[in-house]
Design a protein around this ligand. Structure first.
Ligand SMILES: CC(C)(COP(=O)(O)OP(=O)(O)OC[C@H]1O[C@@H](n2cnc3c(N)ncnc32)[C@H](O)[C@@H]1OP(=O)(O)O)[C@@H](O)C(=O)NCCC(=O)NCCS
Length: 239
């Protein structure tokens, strides 16, 4: 008996290798107990297929993340969302504490096209859209920090007409759960203009700690500004 004549025999051999039966006994089983051998082979194939499916699902989740909350879906942004995104991102009040200040729609299209294709890659930013009934009402950026890729920075925006309805908080909580529970991150930070009251309230209302204010450390619109940093550890979130 040789184990190399056909694929199924190779599969059967591999299946039995994981048990304690020696090779000779396996050969006998193949000759004298073909039914048992077939059943074991099928079980092995189905285990392998299940494992492959699990891995594919995991890869899909990591590369094309979708976070669902009570009212929102947070997912990939495509150029089809450019109109929605330009509508809220071009608003001057929304732009007040942001570095991205688009004046024409093509700037938003370029931004979407430049968005990293690979999610959860160290030293990159990835922008997700916040959708309410298929309309994009905001976005949330995730910066995967450091070579060990265990820390993230988040930045969030909600269109002016949808502010103060709890959407910002709901989206941020959904993404934090995803980062800590699905991607096993260790620490999440946010960096903001100390005058940005709405952002401060949002972070404090969900348990972020103020870690420090760095004097004139951000160069924005031709002037040096302070940077206020908030942080949250995984153990603080899950306690
Ligand atoms: C910051 C921002 C995302 C908040 O989104 P939002 O959907 O309006 O926030 P929510 O309705 O979920 O409110 C969250 C908490 O902050 C409070 N809050 C929100 N805006 C506030 C404001 N302008 N003044 C005081 N409190 C405010 C809410 O009362 C709520 O607290 P509570 O849950 O204890 O009642 C939104 O204001 C925004 O997009 N601003 C422009 C872009 C920006 O500056 N992004 C942050 C960059 S760091």
């Amino acid at each position: 008996m040789t184990f190399t004549v056909c694929r199924s025999l190779v599969v059967l051999t591999t299946a039995f290798t994981s048990t304690t039966r020696p090779v000779m006994v396996r050969a006998m089983i193949l000759e004298h107990e073909p039914r048992q051998a077939r059943v074991a082979g099928e079980a092995y194939v189905s285990r392998t297929l299940r494992a492959r499916k699990r891995k594919d699902m995991q890869r899909k989740r990591e590369h094309n993340p979708i976070v669902k909350t009570n009212r929102l879906v947070i997912k990939e942004i495509t150029t089809r969302n450019a109109d929605d995104m330009f509508e809220y991102r071009s608003n001057l009040e929304v732009q007040a504490y942001q570095s991205f200040k688009p004046r024409v729609k093509t700037e938003v299209i370029d931004f979407i096209k430049r968005n990293t294709r690979t999610f959860n890659k160290e030293e990159t930013w990835y922008q997700l859209g916040i959708f309410l009934n298929e309309k994009m009402i905001g976005d949330i950026g995730i910066h995967f920090i450091g070579p060990e890729n265990q820390q993230c920075e988040i930045g969030y925006t909600i269109g002016q007409h949808e502010q103060r309805k709890g959407y910002g908080k709901e989206a941020v909580i959904g993404v934090i759960n995803y980062l800590f529970k699905e991607l096993n991150k260790h620490r999440i930070i946010a960096s903001l203009d100390p005058n940005n009251e709405a952002s401060k309230y949002l972070l404090e209302s969900i348990g972020f700690r103020k870690e420090g204010q760095f004097k004139k450390s951000i160069y924005n619109d031709g002037k040096w500004e302070d940077d206020l940093v908030y942080a949250l550890l995984e153990e603080e979130w899950n306690k």
